[in-house]
Structure formats: structure tokens, C-alpha cells
Design a protein around this ligand. Sequence first.
Ligand SMILES: *Cc1c(COP(=O)(O)O)cnc(C)c1O
Length: 424
Amino acid sequence: MVSLAEAVVKGLAPDKGLYMPEQIKELPTAFFNNIGNLTLQEISYAVANTLFGEDVPSSDLKDIVYDALNFDIPLVKVADNKYSLELFHGPTLAFKDVGARFMARLLGYFNALSDDKRPVNVLVATSGDTGSAVANGFLGVEGVRVFVLYPSGKVSKIQESQFTTLGKNIFAIEVNGTFDDCQALVKTAFLDDELNNKHKLTSANSINIARFMPQMFYYFYAYAQLAKQGADLSNVVVSVPSGNFGNITSGLIGKQMGLPIKRFIAANNRNDVFFNYCRTGVYEPKPSVQTIANAMDVGNPSNFARVLDLYGHSHAAICNDITCYSYTDEQIAETLAATYAETHYLLDPHGACGYRSLCEGLRPGEVGVFLETAHPAKFKETVEGIIDSEVSIPQRLQEFMKGEKDTIKLSKDFRDFKKLLLSF
Ligand SMILES: *Cc1c(COP(=O)(O)O)cnc(C)c1O
């Protein structure tokens, strides 16, 4: 067992394993009875206090939560019994802002308290959205450097501009390889003695507990908004567009803390490792394939180990709580176009997987929420190609695109990455 500070600063356990909370505490029934009257910040603070209250004094935790979650996450009705939880109202217009902003503040807090004043080096592999959320969440944070590794040519221009143009304490590393190669480089760095002796290293991928746990806040807030809107709360189903499975895992923990969600849906693109696991009980990682929902192009989801842990490695128990769907690019495009034509709601390719899985998987009497994980303008070319009309770019995104790209080019050979880090 380690302290929260150590789990956050280290990211990965010494044996390469992922940290999990030692015990999962339940929130009182009274909290859920009253939840419809609470704001996002109030709910998040109550949940954070239950999770982290023994490690961070309440008033400090409150500052961290209120500052990290200073934007709304509205629940929008798309069709009968189907709601979109719009997670794209943060600074980089994707759900990862929540975890990244919370983690940046918590890490800054712990580092300021530490005797070791060397800077913390955050290593993050990204297939697009993680890099922008983490880079922006940490931009200008005292005593922290961020290295963003991304697969060259495999992220959209808009995504790329969000982490390659920032400067200051943010370094963008353009890797000649895939996302899985980037992830492997980061994981290897954490196990390298020489690097760890010289630098404080940590991860801001969803393997870091401070990044993935705060994501559960908005599951509670979705439920609160259903309550506020007078929806039937007895059979709530939440569909989560999933890649590394950090987002859905935080929701699963929320359920174990008492959040009355009946079951979850994991919506996948063609990267169907989890889908196959649900069907066969066999977990077989494979290389990722590129899709139009590229933030979900993951061939070996790092949080699968956490899902197994939560359910005592029981395939039956996992299938009882999670149903999985997998969609091709054609199906994603078809859903996006049809939904726009029928309801005027514009999905992004990731949210389209989530929405389609509700349309196919919702049973009579159930109320479905899907997590709309990114703003459609982040995938402008793809979405415009599908709906055949123009998607306007929010002001916040336009600002990024005015910046100048500045990257460090690297092979996927670990020795090159190590040499670079040692040069700092
Ligand atoms: C990261 C991301 C996902 C996948 O989330 P995981 O926590 O890795 O499962 C889905 N959609 C978007 C837009 C993302 O950025």
C-alpha cells in the first residue's frame, strides 16, 4: 500500500502494475436523494472527499476540485430516453480536460509539499486528445515539465495544434510509429533505473490514478441531471466510447460507491479486443488499427487490468455489468449522418459509437446516457465529409491553430527517447 501522493507522483507501481484504491467507500443514501439539487462542483467535491479525503485536507481538496471543474457538463436530450452527456465544454473541448486539470492541480499541490524540489517530468503518450488535455491542463504549472509523445501523421491537425504550439513547460515529441509504440516508450521509461535516478517521472495517461478517478465525477452529475429533469432513475444505462477503458472504469467504481447505474455499455470502434473478450472470455491484445474515432484506436487497453480487478477476474460478473459493441468506420459515419438528419444533433465519431450502442442495446424501460467525449469540430474534416456541410470551429480551437508547430522528432527506439530525456 502507498500514499495517494506516491501513487500520483509515481504513476505506475514498481512492479509495472496499476494502482487501485485500497477500499471503495460508499456515499450515503441521503446524498443520492438530494443529488438533483447539487451543482457539478458540489457533487464532485463530495465524491472527491470520499475518495481522497484522508490524503488531502478538505479545504485544499475543495480548491482543487472547484478550480479544475470550472465549466459545465450539460446533459442534452437527443431522442426519447436517450441523452448526451456533453463532456466537451472544457478548455480543449474533450472529456480528458476533467482528469488532466484535476491531476495537474493535485500534482502541483503534492510537489509543493515535497522536500525534493527537482521538477516532476510528466510523460504522456497520446493518440490525440490526451496530449492536448494534459498539455493544457499542466501549461505553466510550476515545477512540472510535460513530454507529449504522439504518432507522427496519425492525429488530426486540430488535435496536433493543441499540444505542439504551447511552448513553456510543454515538449511535443513526434514519434515515427503508432500510439502503441508511444505507450511502450513511456512504460519502458518508468522502468529504467538510470532515468528514474536522474529525474522524477510520472504518467498522466489514465494509468495515473489522479487522472482517471476524477472522471467519475460526471457520472454522478449525469445522474443528478436526470433526476432534475424528472427522468425515470430506476434503470439508467450509461454508454461509454472506450479506448484505454479509463473513462468507463471510473464509472464502474462510481457504481460500486453507490451510484445507481443499472449497467454500462462499452462502445468500441474496430479495435475490438474488449468486444471479443466479452464474447469469448479470452483477452487477446492485438496491434491497433486506425479508424475515424482515433482516440479509441487502442489494441491493448491499459485499464483492462483494473476492470478485471474490480470484478475479481470473473468474466460472468464483468458481462453482467458491461455489454460491448464494436463499430466499423462505415457504421460510425452512417450513425453520425442519420442522427444529424433526424434530430439535428451533431455527434463526433466517438460519441456516434456511444449513441449507436444505445439505439441498439437499450431495453424497454431503460433510460440511456451516452458520453459525448469530444466536440465534433475536433474532427472537422471527417465530420464535414460525412454530413456534407460545414462545421464551425469554436473560438477556443481557432486560437490553437494560429500557433506555430514545434516538435522533437524521434524514432520508436527506446534508446533515442532515453538519450533525449537524459539531456534535460
Ligand atoms: C480518450 C478518448 C476516448 C477513450 O477514452 P478511454 O478512457 O481511453 O477509454 C474516447 N473518446 C475520445 C474523444 C477520447 O479523447
